[in-house]
Each structure stands twice: as structure tokens, then as C-alpha cells.
Design a protein around this ligand. Structure first.
Ligand code: SF4
Length: 402
């Protein structure tokens, strides 16, 4: 059992999260050398790639993709910037892309334009012969980084000490977590979920056991548990820097859900105040937010759902309708462009892209594609066989429920 508090520390990805925030509505593409002036960690690549203009990059990416043919597939998460997602053979949220990755046994290389945990998930689901590549190795996720393996292993050991009975606690992890946590869930009768299926997976978990340990996003966990009717006084927070997560053994035994104290730095920017401002400006506005937003924001909104849900509801909205959206700005700007007959805007007046997603600049995409073409493997994401096999169990449980 952990016996003392640990010093509090913020992941680097969290510290860097607001690096690209701007008061401009759009963030136009610049050569990578220009963007590198923003003070975050960037992966170094050969200097010839740094000064290429967006047009030069576009021509060269098309050229190399034509040479590579079906050997390569490019997957693009909805939060990718326009200049990158346009090359994606498949676009989706982490759930759809994970299914896509599992259904591509013939492709040799999966280039994942997203963040590290997504590429890891693709690797877990892919065939052993397939290579998964992340164009910029510094594209992590601050939420995933809030649940390092060592802290989660400690928490699990503490919980099992207090709740030794089989299935007294079912571990569920959001897709946005490292592979080791997915493996822990696979080994301990748990599963993975995404924001599209969290409710279904959590219902399944309560059929398997008494309570849930939900990692690493406290907000998705709390919002989903509330939907299932779990009262707030049966939810406890696990602070990894404190002994027993800051709880007493009694509180743990009385809980129905233990929420890991992690969050998404992008979605926690959305507030009830912003919703009020949007309603004052457009009385007929529809407010739709992502479930990674805090509970108060979700409860004040008109609708809540995954990125796929948000896309669908806006795309299918009536002409002339007005939408205030609480999710990542690259997706909101794209939805605004794709729906010129509607008013679509981000709840947050400051444009704050996910700073790690944003680091997949087209120059990195070109670089990894050129390397594949030259039979040079760079930025391959791998997962050990042991972790892969247990994580696969947790992922397959989720996919089977879908
Ligand atoms: S939007 Fe949030 S959860 Fe998604 S990758 Fe960025 S930091 Fe992670």
C-alpha cells in the first residue's frame, strides 16, 4: 500500500497545451520552420522539410502517396488540422479509427495522424506484420499522461488490498490512455470505452461487478455514471499524488465509482459562462458539447455526445440553425465550413487547438511517407507482445459490445 503523498507534478503535454491558442478564428498553415517558433517540443527532422510551403508540401505528399499505392493507409482523427486531414483515407474519432485499423489486414503501413495512444491502439489491433507510424513522436495526449503506469499499478494494488473479492472493482479505461492501462483492464475483467460507447460499456461493467474504477478522465466517468443514475455521493476521486487517492478505506468501500483525477485540457476550457454568453447572443442557439467537458457544462448544454455525434447532429441540423459547440477547434471550424447554411461556432472565444494533435504538421507526414518510400522505418509505434495480448482482450470486449 502507498504510504506517503507524492509531490504533485504536471505532465509536459499539459504545460504545453495552450501554446497554439490564438484570438484568430482560423490558424493558417505555415512552413514548419515558422511553426517551430512556438515553444513546445518538436521532433527534429531533416532540414529540407522545414521550409517547404503548404503548396510544395501538398504536391510532394500527393506524389509520394501515388508511388506508395495501397501499401500505406493514412488515418486521420477529427481533431487534425485541415492541411493534414485532407490526406486521410479514413477520418473518425478514436472509436471509428480503431475499428478501421482492425479491419485493414492487407495494408503494410498505417500512418496515424492523431496522438500517441491512438497509434498504440491501432498497433494493438493490427496484425503483427503491420507497422503503425505516428508522424510526429511528440504528439502525446495530456489526459493520457495524467495516468502513468506506475501510479495506476499502485492504485490498483491499493484497491485490491481494500477490496480483495473477485469483481469487487471492474477497471474501465477510456481509449485515451496508455496501452499498459488497457492491458491492466484486459487482465482484470475490465474493458476499454470511448466517448461514443461509454454508457454501454459502463452498464456492462456494472453487470460484471460491484463498482468501477474509471481511468483516466474524471469528467467522462462522472458524466456517464450520472447518466446511469449513480449519485454523486457514490463517486469518489482518485488523486494519484495522495495516499489511497485521498480517500479512506470506508469511502472506497462505499463508492460505486472511483474516478481517476485526469482531464482533457482542451475540453475543460468550456464553461457554463460561455454557454450563457452564446444564449444571450443567439436565443435560438443549440449548445452541443463533448462528455470530456466538466459536469456543470454538460448539464447546462442542450446536447452531449462524442465527436461523431456532434458531427452528425450539426450536419443533419436544419438550414439556418445556430450551433455553439464545445469541442476541439479544428473540428468546429471544419463543421462551420461544411455547413455554410448554418451558424456554427466554438463556445470558447479563444481558438485553442489540442496542442499535440496540432503538432502533426504536413511536413512530418511527408517525411514519414518519404521514409517508407525509401524503405526506412521511422517513428514506428510498438507495444510489447504481453501488453498487446491483454490490451487486445479489453479492446475486443468493447468492440463486441458495439
Ligand atoms: S483533445 Fe484532449 S483528450 Fe484529445 S488528444 Fe487532445 S488533450 Fe488528449
Amino acid at each position: 500500500m502507498t504510504i506517503r503523498n507524492k509531490p504533485y507534478s504536471l505532465p509536459l503535454t499539459e504545460i504545453e497545451q495552450t501554446a497554439f491558442c490564438s484570438t484568430e478564428d482560423d490558424l493558417p498553415a505555415k512552413p514548419l520552420s515558422e511553426e517551430m517558433k512556438v515553444n513546445v517540443r518538436w521532433q527534429n527532422i531533416p532540414s529540407d522539410y522545414l521550409h517547404l510551403t503548404p503548396e510544395e508540401l501538398d504536391n510532394r505528399i500527393h506524389e509520394v502517396r501515388n508511388k506508395l499505392g495501397n501499401k500505406v493507409t493514412v488515418l486521420g482523427h477529427h481533431y487534425q488540422r485541415e492541411e493534414v486531414i485532407k490526406y486521410a483515407d479514413f477520418q473518425g474519432d478514436s472509436f471509428l479509427l480503431s475499428k478501421e485499423a482492425a479491419a485493414l489486414p492487407d495494408v503494410e503501413y498505417i500512418v496515424f495522424c492523431g496522438v500517441h495512444f491512438m497509434a498504440e491502439t491501432a498497433c494493438i489491433l493490427a496484425d503483427d506484420s503491420q507497422k503503425v507510424i505516428l508522424p510526429n513522436i511528440t504528439a502525446g495526449c495530456s489526459m493520457a499522461d495524467m495516468a502513468p503506469m506506475e501510479d495506476v499499478d499502485d492504485a490498483w494494488a491499493d484497491l485490491k488490498n481494500i477490496l480483495p473479492e473477485e469483481n469487487s472493482v471492474i477497471p474501465l479505461t477510456y481509449m485515451n490512455s496508455i496501452a499498459g492501462i488497457k492491458a491492466l483492464c484486459g487482465r482484470n475483467n475490465g474493458a476499454v470505452c470511448t466517448s461514443s460507447n461509454a454508457k454501454k460499456v459502463m452498464e456492462w461493467a456494472y453487470d460484471q461487478g460491484e463498482r468501477v474504477l474509471f481511468l483516466p478522465d474524471q469528467h467522462l466517468g462522472r458524466n456517464t455514471a450520472l447518466e446511469l443514475g449513480i449519485p454523486l455521493d457514490k463517486m469518489i476521486l482518485w488523486n494519484p499524488f495522495k495516499v489511497l487517492g485521498g480517500n479512506t478505506p470506508e469511502q472506497i468501500k462505499e463508492s460505486k465509482i472511483i474516478l481517476w483525477q485526469g482531464h482533457c485540457s482542451v475540453h475543460t476550457r468550456f464553461t457554463t459562462q460561455q454557454i450563457e454568453t452564446a444564449r444571450n447572443r443567439y436565443p435560438q442557439v443549440n449548445v452541443v458539447v463533448h462528455p470530456e467537458c466538466p459536469m456543470e457544462t454538460v448539464q447546462a448544454a442542450d446536447m452531449v455526445g462524442s465527436t461523431e455525434f456532434i458531427r452528425k447532429v450539426i450536419n443533419e441540423g436544419e438550414s439556418g440553425s445556430v450551433w455553439a459547440v464545445g469541442t476541439e477547434i479544428s473540428l468546429v471550424n471544419r463543421l462551420a465550413r461544411q455547413n455554410p447554411d448554418k451558424t456554427v461556432f466554438c463556445l470558447d472565444p479563444v481558438s485553442c487547438p489540442c496542442s499535440t494533435m496540432y503538432r502533426i504538421h504536413p511536413a512530418y507526414l511527408l517525411w514519414v511517407l518519404d521514409c517508407i518510400n525509401e524503405e526506412q522505418l521511422v517513428n514506428e509505434i510498438t507495444v510489447s507482445a504481453e501488453v498487446k495480448s491483454s490490451a487486445n482482450i479489453a479492446l475486443r470486449r468493447m468492440l463486441d459490445l458495439a
